[in-house]
Every structure is written in C-alpha cells, then in structure tokens.
Design a protein around this ligand. Structure first.
Ligand code: SAH
Length: 244
C-alpha cells in the first residue's frame, strides 16, 4: 500500500515544491509515495468563486468558509477514507517525531492548509479535523507547514532514505539530541577530530556519543532532558564517563 497525501489548498502550485527534490522527490517519482494538491476554490459556488468571508462578530481579516471547505474535503476524502484528516494550525497539537511516526505508519494523510485568519470552526468539528502545529509562530498559510510534516513523514517510508539505520539514532528518536558529527579533514583550522573517533573501539565510541548526546540535551533542552530521565534512569549509573 502506497502512502498517499492529499493536500487541500488555495495554492496547489506550491506542491510538490521542495518535496519534489532530493530523497522525497526521487521517492515520489518512483511511486514510493503519492501526492495530490487540490484547489479548494474549485468548490466555491458563487459567481466570484469566493472561499472566504468576514469574521462573524467583526474584527480584522477573513475566514475560510465552512461550506466551501467541507465540499472540498468531501470530494477528496469520503467518510470511509481511513486516512487521518489534519488541519495545519498554530493552535494544534505540536508536531513531534512520535506524531510523525504515527502518521507515517498509516495509509496516508489528508491535510487542509488554512489561509487568512483561519477556517470556520464548524468544519473542524464537522469533518473531524485534527489540528497540528509546527511551532509557536504564525505562518501566512498552512502550505509550508504541510510540507514540513510531509518531509518528516516521507523520509521514514521504507526505501526513501538510503540508510535505514541513520533514521534510528537521530535526534528525538532516542529522546535525546544527536551527538556531534565529524568527517575529513582530520584537522580543520586548528581543530582536530576527537581522537576517540579514530580509535576503532566501537564500544568506547558508542559510549562517547551517548555522553555527548546527553550533555547537549541537558545544556540545550532541559525539557527533553527531564522527560528522558523520568522515563529512562541512567543506564549504568553515574561515573560512566570516568570508567573508560
Ligand atoms: N489567526 C490564526 C493564524 C492564522 S495563520 C491564529 O492566530 O491562530 C493562517 C494559516 O496558516 C492557518 O490557518 C494555518 O493553516 C497556517 N499556520 C500558521 N501558523 C502555523 C503553525 N505554526 N503551524 C501550522 N500551521 C500554521
């Protein structure tokens, strides 16, 4: 079964955009996943093909109409469609690697991209849209947010990334930020690659990487560190670093 993403947007020309390049793009060409971008405006019925209107109760901006959007959703995703229906929204559940994994394990996804002030609340409830946010800032539309979500999901599809293992140890998969990387040249502007990485001792290298990941997480993301230590008490207690 191929993972299929359907995007509802006022700017279908934005797709595949960056998703058409590199790993995701080659996988799309191979048919490892499918993408369709549908024009919400095709479901407008009035003479001006309008999709938005002024907010009830007054105030600035415009709101995407519930009726137009509901028709667009129904034409794309009938009630028996097993795919989750998402609405990109700054009010949504934060996008995390675990949500990315959940979505990637399913048959695909339907993503509504908001514009203006957002969408009429009744279509969110009426069509069972799950709101997902990519961070605490406001974009001008949901398209780039949808691309962020899809980029993260698509790279997990089997065969999309060259090396399956390189997915497993990355930042967040372990609850920790990733350790630092080095490659040639051995010496760069007076800085050498940490000698342990050239030792050939894989147990020590693994331990070093683990300590670096823990150090970076403690320093930069106390929130992640706290969650990590709550779920996983230190593997072999304090003093691990000194024992090597
Ligand atoms: N008035 C809204 C923001 C609307 S921004 C508010 O204050 O919450 C217009 C559209 O951009 C939204 O409908 C949503 O689809 C998208 N968008 C903006 N910021 C986003 C974010 N952080 N994550 C996901 N989608 C976002």
């Amino acid at each position: 079964m191929t993972f299929k993403a359907s995007i509802l947007t006022l700017y279908p020309d934005m797709f595949p955009g960056p998703l058409g390049a590199s790993l995701a793009g080659r996988a799309l060409e191979r048919g490892d996943w499918e993408l369709e971008a549908r024009q919400i405006r095709d479901h407008a019925t009035d003479r001006h093909r309008s999709v938005d209107d002024t907010p009830a109760g007054g105030g600035a901006g415009m709101v995407l109409r519930a009726d137009v959007l509901a028709r667009a959703i129904d034409a794309t995703s009938p009630p028996e469609d097993p795919r989750p229906r998402l609405l990109m929204s700054p009010r949504g559940r934060p996008l995390t690697q675990s949500l990315v994994r959940d979505i990637g394990a399913g048959p695909g996804v339907v993503i509504v991209c908001g514009r203006f002030e957002g969408v009429d609340e009744r279509v969110i409830t009426g069509r069972g849209l799950t709101e997902v946010s990519i961070g605490d800032y406001i974009l001008s539309g949901g398209e780039i947010a949808a691309m962020v979500l899809l980029d993260a999901v698509v790279r997990l599809i089997p065969g999309v990334m060259g090396n399956a293992e390189s997915g497993a140890l990355e930042s967040f998969e372990t609850g920790l930020l990733e350790h630092p990387h080095y490659t040639r040249p051995r010496s760069f502007e007076g800085q050498d690659i940490p000698p342990i990485l050239a030792s050939g001792d894989h147990a020590r290298i693994d331990a070093w990487r683990r300590e670096e990941a823990e150090r970076l997480t403690r320093e930069r993301r106390p929130d992640l560190w706290q969650a990590h230590t709550r779920t996983q008490p230190p593997a072999d207690g304090p003093g691990k670093a000194e024992n090597r």
